[in-house]
Design a protein around this ligand. Structure first.
Ligand code: ADP
Length: 332
């Protein structure tokens, strides 16, 4: 199968994972792991049978930057768009929760991680697909850079994929999020999101109560005040499964489909959404039939499920064959 050239753009950072459970104030120590949704996604693409993507990301001038550089290299991701800044690397401290997946506290201010330079936006013309993370939009320079990349990629005819990855604590002025993420989504063909990512668009509770209605509402209304926007929305719901709604299948009518989560022995949900998104990017193309779109949803859901069976989000996928085997059990 032809695999398109993909550019993934966004943050790589260090996840600090507490040793043991209980309050972060009293844990005995932390392990450091590579993290950041775009880095997780980029590491997942080869694991679902895709060629390694190009990754536009920024690492600090500190030992954590060295650590991430070598982790990226181990996954074939140390290409020309991996930049070293002149400030530290951002940290995300992970606090596991009982029911709602891990919670992250970001230590980003004063770091280089989101300070993408709008003058150094990669030329999207050589890529068929460009995936952009919403996290850098919380930083003034990162916002200008990512919006320029998404706009140019759309103008160049690339398939533009967006993960809004809305993290309220990163936004110094919360009202900015809806505007900036709305502008990013206006350039997208494809959205991979969770219910929480739809909060800036007023659709979070609907996404939890009725995901098909929320995905459809997003297709109808577009991202807030912006009337352009994606024609395919994948909405993930953790152990509750996943949904797709698409106006891009070539059918006369909108295709909407939901799938329960696969039954796996989950140990850590970190990066499940990124693995899911890797599955989508590996298999999705505009104009797929409704049946093939359902297969993409099953494949991506299997990738998300298997990512929960290993700890961490970076390099957390067991491989394409295992993903395919699990995905095929939907038709058994
Ligand atoms: P995010 O990491 O963005 O919050 P989710 O937690 O919604 O993403 O996970 C993405 C997808 O991975 C889900 O829609 C589901 O298909 C799969 N998944 C997540 N958690 C589990 C789980 N505990 N068991 C099985 N599949 C899961």
């Amino acid at each position: 199968m032809h695999t398109p050239e993909v550019l993934v753009a966004g943050e790589t950072l260090v996840d600090l994972v507490p040793a043991g459970s209980g309050s972060l104030a009293t844990v005995s120590g932390f392990a450091h792991r590579p993290g950041g949704a775009p880095a997780n996604l980029a590491s997942g693409l080869p694991a679902v049978g895709h060629s390694p993507p190009a990754l536009w990301t920024r690492l600090g001038d500190d030992p954590f930057g060295d650590f991430l550089q070598s982790a990226l290299a181990d996954h074939g991701l140390d290409g020309e768009f991996v930049e070293r800044g002149d400030a530290p690397t951002a940290l995300a401290v992970v606090a596991p929760t009982e029911d709602d997946g891990p919670r992250f506290s970001f230590y980003e201010r004063g770091t280089t991680t989101l300070a993408f330079d709008p003058e150094r936006v990669p030329d999207p013309a050589r890529f068929e697909c460009v995936h952009v993370s919403g996290v850098p939009l919380a930083h003034p320079e990162g916002r200008r850079a990512m919006l320029a990349l998404a706009e140019r990629a759309s103008d160049a005819g690339c398939l533009v994929s967006v993960d809004p990855n809305y993290r309220p604590e990163l936004w110094r002025r919360p009202d900015d999020a809806g505007d900036a993420l709305g502008r990013l989504c206006s350039h997208a063909d494809l959205l991979c999101c969770s219910a929480a990512d739809l909060a800036p668009f007023g659709l979070e509770s609907l996404a939890r109560d009725d995901p098909e209605a929320a995905a459809s509402a997003f297709l109808d209304a577009g991202p807030g005040s912006v009337d352009a926007g994606p024609d395919t929305v994948f909405l993930t719901r953790g152990a509750g499964g996943a949904t797709v709604a698409s106006d891009a299948t070539g059918a006369d009518e909108r295709v909407t489909h939901s799938l329960p989560a696969f039954d796996v022995d989950a140990v850590d949900a970190t990066g499940a959404g990124d693995a899911f998104c890797a599955g989508v990017l590996a298999e999705f193309a505009p104009g797929l039939s409704a049946g093939r779109l359902r297969d993409v949803l099953a494949f991506a859901s299997a990738a998300g499920a298997l990512a929960t069976t290993q700890r961490g989000g970076f390099g957390a996928l067991p491989g394409e064959a295992a993903v395919r085997r699990l995905a095929e059990t939907t038709n058994a």
